[in-house]
Design a protein around this ligand. Structure first.
Ligand SMILES: [Fe+2]
Ligand SMILES: [Fe+2]
Length: 135
């Protein structure tokens, strides 16, 4: 079973962003599956690396929209992104420098982040961006 199952409650009503979020969910599920079957460090490291890169580009995508349309909560939201990213990076650093396994803490953090950040902060911009013609 997947760690996170996408459902329409997670939708922010913007097609491109939903598809980016789905990709993030996919990567986290892949990481989880890998942990369960105990795949090697190399494979896991590659997924983690992809996750960081994809997260960076996803956050930039959102932040560009905030700037473009002068979203009032954009600064606060971007700060949240920076915190999430630095936390993910510090988990990856631990992984690289040591045990070579993905901790339950990391998976829980990723799950809470995706479900929590999308469900709260991301959903807040839906109406605003929709009203600017982004859908
Ligand atoms: Fe997002
Ligand atoms: Fe966000």
């Amino acid at each position: 079973m997947a760690l996170i199952t996408w459902n329409n409650n997670y939708s922010v009503n913007i097609k491109e962003i939903d598809s980016q979020h789905k990709k993030l969910v996919e990567l986290v599920n892949e990481l989880y599956d890998n942990m369960k079957i105990g795949k090697g460090k190399e494979v896991t490291g590659k997924i983690l690396n992809d996750l960081v890169k994809y997260t960076e580009s996803h956050f930039s995508y959102e932040e560009e929209l905030f700037k473009k349309f002068k979203y009032i909560e954009g600064v606060k939201h971007s700060q949240e992104h920076a915190q999430l990213l630095s936390k993910v990076k510090s988990f990856v650093k631990d992984f690289d420098s040591g045990k070579g396994s993905v901790s339950v803490d990391l998976l829980n953090f990723l799950k809470d982040w995706l479900v929590g950040h999308i469900g709260n902060s991301d959903k807040k911009y839906s109406q605003f961006l929709n009203s600017k013609g982004v859908s």
